[in-house]
Design a protein around this ligand. Structure first.
Ligand SMILES: Nc1nc2c(ncn2[C@@H]2O[C@H](COP(=O)(O)OP(=O)(O)OP(=O)(O)O)[C@@H](O)[C@H]2O)c(=O)[nH]1
Length: 869
């Protein structure tokens, strides 16, 4: 029998031999040294007794390990915290250094400027002094101070001389010699005066002769006085200059600030003036000039840029508002307004539609009456098309009638020498779609209601849409020629919706008509004119045109063709225009009767050729004086649209990451739709919107009129989208790019076929349902014990065919007592893959022993079944 040595056993238990020997001694098992051998019986006793000790040790080790792990985690946490702290500290330090550096630079700059100014002042003083010196050196005799002193001295001497002579005269007079004497005296006096003059002259002359003694004295005195005077004036000038320098230095800091402030103010005022001038030149409303226009979804950095402030100012405020955001995060409309309010700034959050729209201002004296623009709305089959048809034939000579084509999506009729413009795409869908794009093109709505049918669901919708747009409604009660027609009932029914006939004291005009028999059409049109008079529709025709795109398409021969409705100004051939994202110079204009025209005034619809791309229905258009301005605005808009489109597809922010992950179960079908006309896109989109999107979300990531381009393929590739072409084909470059990138392009000419395909794709993408497929029913006939397996059942496959991998449930008296998998499937002693009905087999169940005779084992598998809906 094998024997075990003490040191082997000790090794097995991860202890020292000495330790093991100690345990053996405790157990009274004889062993002397690590090399002593132990009988198996002893070994098993040791194992049994050491088990709890080992478990305890394992537990201790486990606990130690756990503690170690916790300690490590704690250390890591502390390290992470420390690192974060250090990072923040470093950031703060850097920030401080930056601020310090800025302060230092500002101080340096201030000092530099100050020194410059001082230098300039000193220079000025020096120059002045130089100038004085120069004058003095060049013409010392003419120095005003010196010569004036000489003059003064000469003057004083003269005065002294005179006084002396007068005194002498007085003495003579006091001797008293009568009048004659007085006269002689006067005469003498004058002769003396003369003689004094002569004396003075002679003395003056004598100066030259006897100048030696007396002249030397005089010179000393004069030169001293002159020197003193010069010194005085020099020190005075220097003092003044010094004072001026000091004054300049003292005031420079305060003045600099003041000057800077003034400069800024002047700049702001100049900028505002420029804005006003520009707005006036473009006829824009100047009342809103102080309002900063902020695009919806702007980031903190964008807003700071628009407001011309430091982004930190906004971040601080957001923090205080409890909504901390970083520079690149978007702000909600409310936050933008709140922050701007806090900063004392006036902002307007602009939607995309608003961003692309223009506001004009017209002087009331420039406004002139314009024709009304009318849309016909009503329930299906109540006669919209028939009415428009009847209207188009009104006032047209018989021979001309056949030639009228609904060429441009709008028509005009002349009645009583006045014009009415009709939008030819009837229905509230178009009306609302336009309005949704911010276009208010209709002045009056004609609500058509069939007199034999009355108010129907779409009648009500039309009323609601017209009311929401605040457009007056004229009711045309149609089909009065029909036998069952009841116009009064229509009036009655409409009162429920707030449409009350004028004859009943309400606001709405009602006209009974028959579109088919051309009855009442003139009266209806006259009512439209009456309503238009009430509305006092006016516009300024003498300015650059602006208005809306009614419809636009790509024409193979003519390129981009758009129907525009002018609502202000006059449109001319040759005008440079921007319509939505499109730019162009108008090449030709066609009026509703198919005639080429050269101009179109307010309320006139025209089809224009010359746009470089296809705008969208509802887009605003505007003529620019300078073609370059038009082009750059269109480019700017197109670029912005492209960026937005790309952002739409790509960006997942941390905020929406989790929701996206949660939504991962929801599959998406991304589409890019290109079509020949806008109408097709809208129709297709409408059908898509109506599809069940609870499990497969259909995203139209981009839709536009025009051929399928390489850019579309790039977008589809980036966003895993399918391109749907409607009446358009891919350009050859796009085709190659699609093949290269594996992007699917499908082209159609019929809407329903496209819808059918998309629906099929949608269903194909649905998550398949799981279905249980029963494989066999097995009856337990016997049970027996199998080594290693436990209880196994001797069974008969009653039905189907059981496979080894099948799932199963054990049913006893109709109750499921076990659900799981087969542990074994045997025929006699062999494991088999499957057993068919009518054969016996041995079955073991995974982790289940409680099998009774008479139990039924049902086996099955789960199959994934593609859904048909
Ligand atoms: N008797 C009679 N029938 C009319 C009159 N006006 C229209 N209808 C008929 O009513 C049907 C529907 O007219 P439409 O003009 O197509 O009606 P709609 O509202 O444009 O219909 P949708 O375009 O489908 O919304 C046509 O068969 C017309 O001939 C009318 O004044 N009298």
């Amino acid at each position: 029998m094998a024997k075990t040595r003490v040191h082997d056993l000790a090794k097995e238990y991860g202890m020292t031999s000495k330790e093991m020997l100690g345990h053996l001694a405790d157990m009274k098992i004889p062993a002397k040294s690590p090399s002593s051998t132990l009988e198996d019986a002893y070994v098993s006793i040791v194992r049994k007794k050491l088990k709890p000790i080992l478990e305890e040790r394992a537990a201790v080790i486990e606990a130690e390990k756990k503690a170690e792990a916790e300690k490590k985690a704690e250390e890591e946490r502390i390290a992470a915290e420390k690192a974060e702290k250090e990072r923040i500290e470093a950031e703060k330090r850097r920030e401080k250094e930056r601020a310090e550096e800025e302060r230092r630079r500002a101080a340096e700059e201030a000092a530099r400027k100050e020194a410059e100014e001082k230098r300039a002042a000193e220079e000025a003083a020096r120059k002045e002094e130089e100038e004085r010196n120069r004058v003095r050196d060049n013409a010392p005799k003419s120095t005003p101070s010196f010569s004036s002193l000489l003059d003064q001295i000469a003057q004083q001497e003269k005065v002294l001389q005179q006084q002396a002579e007068e005194n002498a005269q007085k003495k003579e007079a006091s001797r008293g010699r009568g009048d004659s004497d007085g006269r002689r005296g006067r005469k003498n006096s004058s002769s003396r005066n003369n003689s004094a003059d002569t004396e003075s002259e002679s003395r003056g002359r004598g100066k030259g002769r006897k100048g030696g003694r007396r002249g030397g004295q005089e010179e000393d005195r004069y030169s001293r006085m002159a020197r003193e005077a010069e010194e005085y004036s020099r020190s005075k000038v220097l003092e003044e200059a010094r004072e001026a320098v000091e004054e300049a230095t003292r005031e420079s800091t305060g003045r600099r600030k003041e000057r800077k402030k003034r400069r800024k103010q002047q700049q702001a005022e100049a900028a505002k003036e420029a804005r006003i001038e520009e707005a006036l030149a473009n006829d824009q409303d100047i009342s809103q000039l102080d309002t900063v226009k902020v695009p919806q979804g702007s980031t903190v950095a964008d807003l700071a840029d628009l407001l011309g402030i430091n982004p930190n100012d906004i971040i601080k405020r957001l923090f205080l508002l409890g909504t901390p955001l970083t520079m690149t995060e978007s702000m909600s409309d409310e936050l933008i307004e709140l922050v701007a309010d806090d900063l004392g700034r006036d902002v307007k959050v602009m939607t995309k539609e608003e961003e692309n729209s223009f506001t004009f201002y017209d002087d009331p004296k420039d406004l002139k009456p314009r024709p009304p623009v009318v849309t016909v709305m009503g329930h299906v089959d109540h006669g919209k098309t028939s009415l428009l048809d009847a209207i188009r034939h009104t006032g047209v000579a018989e021979g001309e009638a056949g030639g009228i084509t609904q060429a441009i999506g709008a028509s005009q009729v002349k009645i009583n020498d006045r014009i009415i413009t009709f939008i030819d795409t009837p229905g509230h869908e178009t009306f609302t779609a336009m309005r949704a794009r911010g276009a208010k093109v209709t002045d009056i709505v004609i609500l058509i209601v069939a007199a034999d049918d009355g108010v129907m669901p779409q009648t009500i919708e039309s009323i609601n849409h017209a009311k929401a747009a605040e457009v007056p409604i004229i009711v045309a009660v149609n089909k009065i020629d029909k036998p069952g027609a009841d116009p009064t009932r229509v009036r009655q029914e409409l009162t429920e919706y707030g449409i009350i006939p004028e004859e009943w004291g309400g606001q709405n005009m009602f006209v009974d008509i028959s579109a088919k028999k051309h009855m009442g059409i003139d009266t209806l049109l006259e009512s439209v004119l009456l309503e238009a008079d009430v509305l006092e529709l006016k516009a300024n025709p003498d300015t650059f045109a602006s208005g809306n795109v009614l419809e636009a398409k790509l024409d193979r021969g003519r390129g981009s063709v758009a129907t525009l409705l002018v609502n202000r100004g006059t449109l001319h051939v040759g005008d440079a225009i921007v319509a939505g994202l499109s730019f162009g110079k108008i090449r030709a204009m066609i009026d509703p009767r198919g005639n080429n025209v050269t101009e179109a005034g307010p309320s006139y619809p025209v089809e224009v050729l010359g746009l470089q791309s296809v705008p969208m229905a509802g887009d605003e258009f505007r003529v620019f004086q300078d073609e370059r301005d038009a082009r750059s605005l269109a480019d700017e808009r197109a670029l912005k649209a492209r960026i937005e489109e790309q952002n739409k597809v790509k960006h997942v922010t941390l905020e929406n990451l989790f929701t996206t992950m949660e939504d991962a179960e929801v599959k998406e079908l991304n589409l890019i739709i290109k079509a020949d006309v806008q109408g097709s896109i809208e129709a297709l989109q409408d059908s898509l919107d109506k599809m069940d999107q609870s499990e497969v979300r259909i995203n139209t990531i981009h839709s536009a009129v025009g051929a399928i381009t390489e850019t579309d393929v790039i977008l589809a590739d980036a966003s895993n989208a399918i391109i749907i072409g409607f009446g358009v084909r891919p350009e050859s470059k796009a085709k190659a790019a699609a093949e290269h990138a594996g992007v699917e392009i499908r082209t159609y000419s019929v809407i329903y076929k496209c819808i059918e395909d998309i629906d099929a794709a949608r269903i194909g993408m649905l998550k398949p349902t799981e279905q249980e497929v029963q494989t066999a029913s097995i009856e337990v006939r016997n049970t027996f014990k199998v080594p290693k397996v436990g209880i196994a059942a001797g069974c008969m496959v009653e039905d189907g065919e059981v496979s080894r991998d099948d799932l199963c449930r054990l049913v006893r008296d109709g109750i499921v007592v076990y659900e799981g998998r087969l542990a074994s499937l045997r025929r006699y002693k062999d494991d088999v893959k499957s057993v068919k009905a009518g054969f016996e087999c041995g079955v073991g169940l995974e982790n289940f022993q409680d099998i009774h005779v008479g139990d039924i084992i049902e086996t099955y598998r789960i199959e994934q079944v593609a859904r048909t809906e």
